[in-house]
Design a protein around this ligand. Structure first.
Ligand code: PMP
Length: 429
């Protein structure tokens, strides 16, 4: 496969854009380096690079593209916005319609607010939780990503009862020490942290089904326990559903799990591919937000008509009967094919899958926390990633990411992908 033009463009990008990319995860740093493939256009489950190579895509732009590229219903909505005004700086009816749709699908949302990114949505839920409780500390789980604002770019201290340290240059130690990081799926460590800091904790920040060290479901009873202890200690629960909202069913992960968080942050899918974030939750908590209350959050672009109309159109597509069942069916087929091929070639892997999302870890351990995901073989994954790319299958360039199916993938695409996997595994030995 020829990537000459991609390489030329990336060389030029390196002169003008930091690291040649506008988000670090797009670089191939985690898969052994090289020029990232530069994409030209997409349609359905495929996209084509600037050299004319076609790929079956499982990146889905890190999650949002659940209806594939250039979906006609979404394209029509975006065109309408382009023709009738993409931004007014005033309220529109679209915002109300979309807020109602989200509330209908996710019962814990009494009131919502739109933002422009997942980062902004999560950042605001943390501020609102602090404003509402009058407390400052946050507990998060190791390996979960919540955006790039200071308070969540924090690494674990040396144990759950230790305060965090900055995970990025530029994050003040004073900010990091307000954050406690504990391992996912570990009740004892969570309890230790709550015993020590519980009375100072404003909120527990939770990816209810983890997407950021691969797809990892909570063990039975774990999140129920977290919710119960949080309530006992007067801390709020925040579900970061930026990946999970509308990924697994028409609604949020909280409803699949039977949990009711105080606040929820969303993004990605709900924008139909356009920039978006949203947060919402219990009425009395949300009413601490300006102009009703003292917690400030705003945005020139927030609730813009293009993102609202694209989001509404995306949810309309997802609401069609059978959509999620089909992604589940194809996901199961893909998982089975990957496992069979691994066995055939003597490659040791663990596959975590929930419906149309899965992660392949090069490890013989089960993966239910970050440490186990970290222990999977990144060098082997890097080689696998490049072999898949050479066969026209695009994955996320990191061992920690998920493969996402879309409504546009077909059985034929899955078969082709399994063939590519079989080739890649044969070469990895
Ligand atoms: N929360 C989670 C769970 C995410 O996966 C992400 C993005 N990968 C974010 C928040 C941040 O969203 P954004 O990139 O839109 O700011």
């Amino acid at each position: 496969m020829n990537h000459t033009k991609s390489e030329q463009i990336h060389e030029e990008a390196l002169q003008h854009i930091v690291g040649g990319v506008n988000s670090p995860s797009r670089s191939y740093k985690a898969v052994g380096g090289g020029s990232p493939v530069v994409m030209a256009r997409g349609k359905g489950a495929y996209f084509w690079d600037v050299d004319g190579n076609r790929y079956i895509d499982y990146l889905a732009a890190y999650g949002p593209i659940i209806t594939g590229f250039g979906h006609p219903h979404i394209a029509k909505a975006i065109t309408l916005a382009a023709e009738t005004g993409v931004l007014f700086g005033t309220p529109t009816e679209h915002e109300v319609k979309f807020a109602k749709m989200l509330k209908e699908a996710i019962p814990s949302l009494d009131k919502v607010r739109f933002t422009n990114s997942g980062t902004e949505a999560v950042m605001t839920t943390v501020r609102v939780a602090r404003a509402y409780t009058g407390r400052t500390k946050i507990i998060k789980f190791a390996g979960c990503y919540h955006g790039h604002f200071d308070q969540v770019l924090v690494a674990a201290g040396s144990g759950p009862a230790t305060l965090g340290s900055p995970d990025s240059a530029g994050v003040p130690v004073a900010v990091a020490t307000e954050v406690i990081t504990v391992p996912f799926n570990n009740k004892e460590q969570f309890q230790l942290a709550m015993d020590k800091w519980g009375d100072e904790v404003a909120a527990i920040l939770i990816e209810p089904i983890v997407g950021n060290f691969g797809i990892v479901e909570p063990n039975k009873g774990f999140l129920e326990y977290v919710h119960t202890v949080a309530k006992e200690k007067g801390a709020l629960t925040i579900h970061d559903e930026v990946i999970t909202a509308f990924r697994f069913h028409y609604g949020a992960a909280q409803d699949l799990l039977g949990l009711t968080p105080d606040l929820t942050a969303m993004g990605k899918i709900i924008g139909g591919g356009l920039p978006i974030g949203a947060y919402g939750g219990r009425k009395e908590i949300m009413e601490t937000v300006a102009p009703l209350g003292p917690a400030y959050q705003a945005g020139t672009m927030a609730g813009n008509p293009a993102s609202m109309l694209a989001g509404i159109a995306c949810l309309e597509v997802l609401k069609q009967p059978g959509v999620y069942e089909e992604m589940d069916r194809l996901g199961a087929m893909l998982e089975k094919g990957i496992l069979q091929s691994a066995e055939k070639h003597g490659i040791t892997i663990t596959v975590n899958r929930l419906k149309g999302a899965l992660t392949v870890y090069f490890t013989n351990e089960k993966v239910e926390n970050y440490e186990q995901a970290e222990n999977s073989d990144g060098e082997l994954f890097g080689r696998f990633f490049k072999l898949m790319l050479s066969k026209g299958v695009n994955l996320a360039p990191s061992k920690y990411e998920a493969w996402f199916l879309t409504t546009e993938h077909t059985e034929q695409d899955i078969m082709e992908t399994i063939e590519a996997v079989d080739y890649a595994f044969s070469q990895l030995k």
